[in-house]
Design a protein around this ligand. Sequence first.
Ligand code: PLP
Length: 427
Amino acid sequence: MKKTYAKETICIQSGWQPKNGEPRVLPIYQSTTFKYETSEQMGRLFDLEESGYFYSRLQNPTCDYVAQKICELEGGVAAMLTSSGQAANYYAVFNICEAGDHAILSSKVYGGTFNLLTVTMKKMGIECTVVDPDCSYEELCEQFRPNTKCVLAETIANPALVVLDIEKFANAAHAHHVPLIVDNTFATPINCRPFEWGADIVTHSTTKYMDGHAMCLGGAIVDSGNFDWAAYPDKFPGLCTPDESYHGIVYAEKFGKAAYITKATSQLMRDLGSMQSPQNAFLLNVGLETLHLRVPRHCENAQKVAEFLENHEKVAWVDYPGLKSSKYYDLAQKYLPDGSCGVIAFGLKGGRKAAESLMDKLELAAIVTHVADARTCVLHPASHTHRQMNDEQLKEAGVEPDLIRLSVGIENVDDIIADLAQAIDKL
Ligand SMILES: *Cc1c(COP(=O)(O)O)cnc(C)c1O
């Protein structure tokens, strides 16, 4: 596909390109394996001498067509799907970090990502320093060590709604010869393409807006192709020295700009196996076809809901990057000029108790452990996702004890506001 198509066209047309007489719609390659005529050819595939499918744990055509679409949306050079957003962030980091290495993580990230890096990957020998994303460039630079291998942050933090100064993070990472990985789940490439601001790798939980209908867990990793691994061979031995499990292939030499994704596929996917099923990739592709219509509508609705809440006498505070009162309004204007996301955080004057009782009074907005799908939904992190944390830990994670996370859907906005109004009135 030519690279000049607009995002809207990429959402619809990119990925599967049927040839004469082939199915119009992306086929589900529901097959674990693929047939070859000669033993020798199969051997070449296993040596990575030739590209082709042989086992769906590594690659499957349905998944690859969908990865290709996400790759084009982000403006990258190579991409892969994973079974979940957690797997995407895990592989994105583990692909370049080994035991004895160090990573820098924004403190305002999804709870699962925070646990992954600070607890689970620590057990694997990878150390992690957590930084406040609002710190100065100098403070950020102080966190780098000789063994630092990457920096990870979210474009719009879930659920803290911090907008990342991507350029500040990219400049600091590059000054220390490491890539910046940006989790772009909440913004989606419709509202922000982190590569245009210097990010090197983008990850997604496709479970959210990309799927958009709360049907399938999934993740994606996209490489911009801009980070020059071969310039720092001592820092990235996994990409720049021979891989014994592939007869001494050096990824950065053999695959150039596709080195990072090729390694993640042929090594991590082979050995760890968090692949996306072709069925889920098919459904994800259906979601992607309307991403460019849904995301602006989520933002438009969320803006109106945020303004309604801000003007309500029983509401103590509202956090939404599209509000002028937001601490992140200016950063949002710069990085997210077309809108941020559909998620709003707010607190009621009645505090934590009022938050809990509001949940029970909502009729349209459902209580679910999810965000960013077509239906309006609501969650009280202190009572649900972040239940194990005490008030102090909650504050550290950017989650106030009274914080209500409202994921505004694409229903008629007047109905969403009326539901909130009736529930708040009953408090
Ligand atoms: C949900 C989420 C994840 C984890 O994704 P799963 O698909 O649930 O594994 C990672 N990052 C962000 C920003 C998320 O919102």
